[in-house]
Ligand binder design. Sequence first.
Ligand code: SF4
Length: 272
Amino acid sequence: MTAAPEKNDIGFFQVPHGTKTNMTLKETPTLRVHSIESFGTHDGPGIRTVIFLQGCKLKCVYCHNPDSIAIEGGTEYKIDELVEKVLKMKPYFGKNGGVTVSGGEPLLQAKALLPFFKKLKEEGIHTNLDTNGRILNNFTKELLDKYADLVMLDIKHMTEEGYQSITGMRNKNTTFNFAKYRDSSGKKMWLRYVLIPGMTDSPELLHALGNYFKTYKTIERLELQPYHKLGVHKWKALGWEYPIPDARENTDKEIRNAVGILQNYFKKVTVN
Ligand code: SF4
């Protein structure tokens, strides 16, 4: 008999060691979707269908999709239905495009993502996972090892205190362990880092980020995401107080300076 999954101390379910993760479509027929963007050009290489899944355990102060945080909700899609949608877009993907699964936090639905990504790979479609990297269990390991061609990993902050003030949760090295696991698989990874004036943009933090990851072999690029206020109205619409009302957008000079520092450590630095 398989033991029931237990919640770990950061509030996520852990799959008991040795749990088999191979499953059929019948067992995991649906994904809860927040929204779908057919022609995405900001979430991975080329033209992509971006599927934003519903649910996230974090509450980042700058979240652009706060309406995707609630675990309940979203629209249930059968995996076959989603595959069909993607196949209609396949002619537009060209050489570099494909499918990105984002969120919310897609790995909360890792079990159902397995058959979805497996199907996409069978159809020869490039797969990309945009994640905060907090969940490393047998399901996510199988996704990382077998089916995710690319992982875009959000690095929220380089210190425990900073991570907690941005996300509301402790990190306890979960993101770093996730990065380490992906690197050991030898498969491609991009890091994403939101540059918030006064919170994440000090030279010390940027050097710490570079120093920490400079020996990683599978990081293809560091993608810097300037802070902007595009999501603020969504917080208001939810009746939530925007946590950093005084934050300002970066100046061009601040972005250039950050790129300059990070270029010492990463082979490619882009601004998205
Ligand atoms: S991890 Fe992403 S979806 Fe979740 S709260 Fe943070 S920014 Fe929003």
